[in-house]
Design a protein around this ligand. Sequence first.
Ligand SMILES: Cc1cc2nc3c(=O)[nH]c(=O)nc-3n(C[C@H](O)[C@H](O)[C@H](O)COP(=O)(O)O)c2cc1C
Length: 310
Amino acid sequence: MSSRTSKVSTALEAVVSGIRLKHPIMNASGILGSNTGGILRLIESGVSAVVTKTLTPEPREGYLPPITIPLGECMLNAVGLANPGIDAVNELVRTIHGHGLPAIVSIGGRNAGEFVALAVKAEEAGADALELNMSCPHTPGYGVDASKTIEAVKNIVSGVKSVTSTPVWVKLGYSRLLLREAGAALSAGADALVLINTIPGMVIDVYTGNPILTNRFGGLSGKCIHPVAVYSVYMVYREYQCEIVGVGGVQDWRTAVELIEAGAKALQIATAFYTKGYGIVHEILAGLTGFLEEINAKNITELVGLAHRK
Ligand SMILES: Cc1cc2nc3c(=O)[nH]c(=O)nc-3n(C[C@H](O)[C@H](O)[C@H](O)COP(=O)(O)O)c2cc1C
């Protein structure tokens, strides 16, 4: 583990579903978490836990390039859940635990039965939490497709809860059904919600009229979705006062604090690793420490949900 990581102030400690994190910043699923080399890179960046790429029952190659379009501080992607399949989970968890960090295993099935089977394998591998991907917007059969009714959300979460004692985090995207989906997940036993996934989007080459992504449309991420993430976290926290991990456009200490004040106990980052580089975690941690000193707060948990007390 990097020596800079061990210097993180105890004022930044966070706890999500009983998992103690030395600070609130994790990677978001989809960033480097599908092989040992990528995971070592994430650990070196200073994250407090590693979230794996979403693992599906079988390996998936995903779509042919182009699968990502850089849009300044944002990005449109349709990777198509390319991943090594659930059988890679043992090696991924072993690597993460070998560096003393919690392993959050993201899983994605096409129905409750597949989610249950994935959960069993991830728990056997020693996952510290299971993150159920119910929100990938661009891979037919998975994500939003697998959870397209409130009934499906309930069945998947209660199915997984019935076979595991590992904390279950449910990752949702923004839609007008968000509050109902969040309520269904929580009443089925979700220990925390992860908000939000990418938002559907599309880019067209105006000269040819061709959609640029091979999949035609994809998921928008980064700075431009941050206000949507803040809104989503705020609305869900206001309704349920549940444990939330905030994701979407975190790229500096201020965007991190906004999500925390909306109600998030911890945060995940994807796009800013691409747009700002691997120093992003330490930059944010330094900024958070400075901010706590500036406002005379003892620790970061004092700020969780602050916007609701105003
Ligand atoms: C290239 C790429 C791949 C992603 N893959 C996954 C994935 O496998 N599973 C998942 O739940 N989310 C995936 N996401 C969504 C991110 O985890 C995150 O929810 C989203 O990008 C918003 O965070 P950001 O603004 O920090 O990027 C992916 C995002 C990107 C940009």
